[in-house]
Ligand binder design. Structure first.
Ligand code: HEM
Ligand SMILES: *[C@@H]1O[C@H](CO)[C@@H](O)[C@H](O)[C@H]1NC(C)=O
Ligand SMILES: *[C@@H]1O[C@H](CO)[C@@H](O)[C@H](O)[C@H]1NC(C)=O
Ligand SMILES: *[C@@H]1O[C@H](CO)[C@@H](O)[C@H](O)[C@H]1NC(C)=O
Length: 331
């Protein structure tokens, strides 16, 4: 633990994430997943969780995904799998600002991503676990690496198995971590190919329940607005194993989800097991998040003062505050 106890003595990250849900009447009834039902910003909570995947897969968990592009460095935010899609950077900024006020220069942005991802799972009714801290922030980001590494929603099970294996993540890790799609939403942009032209066939993906496909056709009509979003599973605000039940029922939203049940016996066995046993899902998910969260960037890092920019960069946000907007300007 590189972080002094005093800095994280109160679960500050969780408190700030939960503050996305402020303005509710006094809580009378305590229950798991309470915020999943009451939080108008539940979607921000899901998108914060996604940041861990997009940070850790690209050169380790080093906060690189948080960096704004500068005139000399294209940012990962503009990579194909992130642009118009990855969100909630301002939530990380707020957490960082609050931590900088209390313990300047101590808590890395990379660690904030890891803590916030865990807290997002807890806030939506999922399991809790201890995270190990002490990561450093990178001084650069690589849009090219993000484009080369991050998987497409069109990916099939064998490509996903290979990608995860390259990071020492097992078939079980792949399936359990995909269970993060138990919360959150995706755009029609990410599924129109499978609704109307799967693998260039001019036909829909055959691995879809008919009624479900009709509902997706209605949500995402051919030639319609591809920014419209739908739930990644039937209960997109609650972290549970509904996602796996949906895959078994051929009601997966993304091709990269449904393929885990429909195209590969190794992943299918895990999907079937997790669809019947939520505790097994939670255990496997925690193990996967810890492994993914410990992918490291071997290069020397720093504790960024502002998650959007390296400390020594000539390109500093105009306001000088972490909550500044994305445009950088020469200091
Ligand atoms: C296995 C490969 C994966 C693929 C191909 C994939 C792909 C995607 C895509 C295409 C979206 C929707 C993007 C959009 O349309 O805007 C999405 C959303 C999401 N992904 Fe993944 N993902 C994968 C694994 C993961 C992992 C490992 C995590 C976290 C541990 C994760 C967390 C999320 C979350 C929480 C959302 C919803 C975000 C929101 O509501 O804003 N995904 N993913
Ligand atoms: C899976 O996708 C990869 C990469 O796009 C492709 O080369 C391979 O043929 C696909 N495999 C199957 C079984 O469809
Ligand atoms: C995977 O594990 C091997 C053997 O333990 C190690 O050498 C390698 O660096 C690991 N790869 C990643 C991406 O962590
Ligand atoms: C379907 O995909 C194939 C291959 O990607 C492409 O050549 C074809 O034009 C597409 N058809 C339609 C109707 O978009």
């Amino acid at each position: 633990m590189a972080v002094p106890r005093g800095c994280l003595g109160l679960p500050l990250v969780a408190v700030l994430l939960a503050s996305l849900c402020r303005g509710q009447a006094a809580v009378r009834e305590l229950k798991v997943g309470y915020y999943a039902e009451t939080c108008p910003e539940a979607r921000s909570v899901a998108s914060v969780m996604r940041l861990q995947f997009h940070d850790c897969f690209v050169n380790g968990c080093d906060g690189s995904v948080l960096m704004d592009a500068t005139p000399t460095m294209p940012g990962e935010k503009d990579a194909l799998s992130n642009i118009n899609s990855l969100r909630s950077f301002e939530v990380v900024d707020e957490i960082k600002d609050a931590l900088e006020e209390r313990c300047p220069g101590v808590v890395s942005c990379a660690d904030i991503v890891i803590m916030a991802a865990r807290d997002a799972v807890v806030l939506t009714g999922g399991p809790n676990w201890e995270v190990r801290l002490g990561r450093e922030d990178s001084m650069t980001a690589s849009q090219e690496d993000a484009d080369n590494i991050m998987p497409s929603p069109r990916a099939n099970a064998s490509a996903l198995i290979r990608l995860f294996a390259g990071l020492n993540l097992s078939v079980t890790d792949l399936v359990a971590l995909s269970g993060s799609h138990s919360i959150g939403e995706a755009r029609c942009f990410s599924i129109v190919f499978r609704l109307y032209n799967q693998s260039g066939s001019g036909r829909p993906d055959p691995h879809m329940d008919t009624a479900y496909r009709r509902s997706l056709d209605a949500l995402c009509p051919k030639g319609g607005d591809e920014e419209v979003t739908g739930g990644l599973d039937a209960t997109p605000r609650v972290f549970d194993n509904q996602y796996f039940e949906d895959l078994v029922a051929l009601r997966g939203f993304l091709n990269s989800d449904q393929t885990l049940f429909s195209d590969n016996t190794r992943t299918r066995r895990v999907v079937e097991r997790l669809s019947k046993d939520q505790d097994a899902f939670f255990r496997a998910f925690i193990e996967g998040m810890i492994k993914m969260g410990e992918l490291q960037n071997p290069r020397k890092g720093e504790i960024r003062r502002n998650c959007r920019v390296a400390n020594n960069s000539p390109w500093q946000p105009r306001t000088g505050m972490a909550s500044g907007q994305s445009t950088s300007e020469l200091r």
